[in-house]
Design a binder for this molecule. Structure first.
Ligand SMILES: Cc1cc2nc3c(=O)[nH]c(=O)nc-3n(C[C@H](O)[C@H](O)[C@H](O)COP(=O)(O)OP(=O)(O)OC[C@H]3O[C@@H](n4cnc5c(N)ncnc54)[C@H](O)[C@@H]3O)c2cc1C
Length: 637
């Protein structure tokens, strides 16, 4: 199979307009004949459900949580990018496009990223119209702050609760459609499989998480908006329920998985402080607007921060990257933080932390101004660490945060399975090898509010689909497969807990496929994962039964998928014999220890095709053509 990205011809600026004009339209009275399944109620899923229902389609929306409002998107803190240029500081659609392409180390599609930058401004208008309370300046205009990898201020925010406020906006739009009967909500459902009929996506198998009942749902098209899979590392900043299962099941049914090894490590998280921790907490990147990152110059210096005078401090990001300073992109900041700690300059009990210090900003602007911008984040930090960041610097260390990989999609956001679409963090998206801060919310809402509504109409108008009932053989056999897998998990009755296996898997992935990798380590990790996976299927204990509310069973299914997925990640990391963005292979680096790309051999998205159980997946390449930007060595100096 050859990958066809279906990028429209013509100048970059006109591609999206032209494409929308070229797409077949479904007339409004016909739309009510189509049923669409949307899995996920984060920003991508909620916005897509609301928009498609508003257009007249019948939408069935699924999520794991008891309410759509509990999707992981609610945790997003810092903000959402848009090229409004209210500040007049030189921003433009082109600059947002360029920063994003460069930020991703030239491993994303020009056409998609340009469209994202174009749509960014419409997102802000739509959200403001919904009543999202973005911060404003003294004159009433929406105000902005800066995020990494940009020299302009283009990030719109609602204190440290931007995701929550955006999701409440999308949820209001969704609730309106629920009330009008166009959206049927199915909370507390776990999607276990995708159902294909005649090679097209026609439905899903779901487990009712309260009763354990296995349900089948059919539709004319399926959209997966199931978020990211960073929890393959066990410890991450993601919500506990974030998982890979739905997209991994789709991969096993024929949807290609792109760039699975591109994982974002965020530099500003609260450091790990014990072996019994199950979650890590992000301290928003926005804090690097006012916080200064430093370590003591002398390795092993254990004095408390206030006893270390200015000249004995190393503000290493400011010195090494004078143009961007503390606001270098996340991959660059993370690697530098690790490097300082590896040199013995790390602080805190474990030596795996650096300071993020607000003393200078408080002196300059006053405590009230800092509290206004970051009050809730400071409060959160104090609650977790029992230290007051107004008085003593925060301690931070990088942690797994976001996944740039996901299901491969074409320009219409359709996967390699006709009728199966992937949006938001679940697709391999527009962020290339490294996502810039505040770009995930932008992409999720661009996909959900503005792109999918056009592209799915084009698909349905040309697809000639009959109705399929859920007693069709394809549904019955997919439901039986799901049930068999559940019974197999319950029958093991071994001795090790699910979390115990998950934690060990996470440690292997962090050690060998985390902030930096090398070929020997990746090969070793493959062996370790393979052995641990076999032990999981032999020795895990899953208590309870299927016919009840059983969170252990839920978790077991997800961890089983993480095992298989980890193998795919490692294959991808091994195949990419270069360094780019977050994929830092120690064998490929510049003299200054920056990522060294190999554009001749790896200027592509790697897309993996499932072959068969126990067989190596097949490696495909979507070559990336750059017609509008020049590929350069990324520099933030
Ligand atoms: C702590 C934190 C802070 C962040 N801050 C920012 C920020 O300031 N700016 C920014 O741009 N980005 C930020 N991000 C990233 C951003 O929040 C996410 O990328 C984005 O919210 C993902 O949205 P989504 O709609 O794709 O998925 P999610 O919000 O993760 O939603 C996934 C949905 O899918 C459902 N689901 C998943 N699997 C299944 C299944 N098997 N069956 C049924 N339903 C399923 C879930 O129930 C949920 O409803 C942050 C991330 C973290 C972790």
């Amino acid at each position: 199979m050859t990958l066809e990205a279906k990028i429209p011809a013509g100048p970059l600026e006109n591609k999206w307009d032209k494409h929308r004009f070229d797409l077949k339209l479904e007339n409004p009275s016909n739309r009510r004949k189509f049923n669409i399944i949307v899995v996920g109620t984060g920003l991508a899923g909620s916005s897509a459900s609301a928009t498609l229902a508003e257009l007249g389609y019948n939408v069935k929306t699924f999520c794991i949580q008891d309410s759509p409002r509990r999707a992981h998107s609610i945790a997003a803190q810092g903000g959402i990018n848009a090229a409004k240029n209210y500040q007049n500081d030189g921003d433009s659609i082109w600059r947002l496009f360029y920063d994003t392409i460069k930020g991703g180390d030239f491993r994303s599609r020009e056409a998609n990223v340009y469209r994202l930058a174009q749509i960014s401004n419409h997102i802000i208008d739509q959200c403001v119209a919904q009543g999202v309370p973005f911060a404003r300046d003294y004159g009433g205009l929406l105000t902005n702050r800066s995020f990494g990898g940009a020299q302009v201020s283009r990030t719109f925010y609602s204190r440290g609760q931007t995701g929550q406020q955006l999701l409440l906006g999308a949820y209001r739009a969704l609730s309106r459609q629920v009330a009008s009967g166009k959206v049927t909500l199915h909370p507390r459902r776990d999607i276990l499989d995708l159902v294909l009929v005649d090679g097209k996506a026609r439905g899903v198998v779901a487990r009712n998480l309260i009763s354990g009942e296995i349900e089948c749902h059919s539709a004319h098209a399926v959209i997966l908006a199931t978020g990211g899979y960073a929890n393959v590392f066990f410890l991450s900043t993601n919500a506990m329920a974030s998982n890979v299962s739905a997209i991994f099941r789709a991969y096993r049914k024929g949807a290609f998985f792109a760039n699975p090894c591109f994982t974002q490590i965020h530099p500003t998280c609260i450091p790990v402080h014990g072996d019994y921790q199950s979650k890590l907490t992000l301290m928003s990147e926005s804090l690097r607007n006012d916080g200064r990152v430093w370590v003591p110059k002398r390795p092993g210096d254990k004095r408390p921060p206030h006893q270390i005078p200015g000249p004995e401090r190393d503000y290493f990001l400011e010195t090494k990257y004078p143009s961007f300073g503390n606001l270098v992109p996340r991959d660059v900041a993370s690697r530098n933080v690790k490097d300082q700690c590896d040199q013995g300059k790390g602080v805190g009990e474990t030596g795996r932390a650096v300071y993020l210090d607000f003393a200078d900003s408080i002196k300059m602007e006053g405590k009230d101004s800092i509290a206004q911008k970051y009050g809730n984040l400071f409060q959160m930090y104090e609650k977790i660490t029992a230290q007051n960041p107004y008085e003593t610097p925060m301690m931070i260390y990088p942690a797994v945060h976001y996944t740039m990989g996901g299901l491969w999609v074409d320009y219409d956001l359709m996967t390699t399975i006709p009728g199966l679409f992937a949006i938001g963090e679940a697709n391999f998206s527009d962020h290339g090898a490294n996502r810039l801060g505040a770009s995930a919310l932008m992409q999720g809402l661009a996909d959900g509010y503005f792109i999918i509504s056009n592209s799915i109409g084009g698909y349905l108008a040309g697809a000639h689909l009959n109705d399929v009932a859920t007693d069709h053989g394809a549904f019955r056999s997919a439901a039986q497969d799901s049930l068999d897998r559940i019974r197999r998990l319950l029958a093991i009755r071994g001795k090790r807990t699910i979390d115990d296996f998950h934690k060990e898997l996470g440690k292997i992935m962090w050690e060998y496929c985390g902030m930096s990798r090398n070929e020997a380590g990746l090969a070793k990790a493959r062996q370790l994962v393979h052995t641990l996976k076999a032990e999981f299927w032999d020795n895990v204990i899953v208590p309870g039964t299927n016919e009840e509310f059983n969170q252990s069973l839920e978790k077991a299914g997800r961890v089983a998928d993480f095992f298989e997925f980890a193998e795919l990640m490692l294959s991808d990391a091994l195949a990419r014999r270069e360094s780019c963005g977050c994929h830092f292979n120690e064998n490929y680096q510049t003299e200054d220890n920056e990522a060294l790309r190999d554009d001749e051999n790896f200027c592509h998205a790697a897309a993996w095709e499932f072959e068969a159980e126990g067989k190596e997946p097949k490696y495909h390449q979507e070559l990336l053509a750059f017609e509008n930007v020049v590929l350069t060595q990324r520099s933030y100096k």
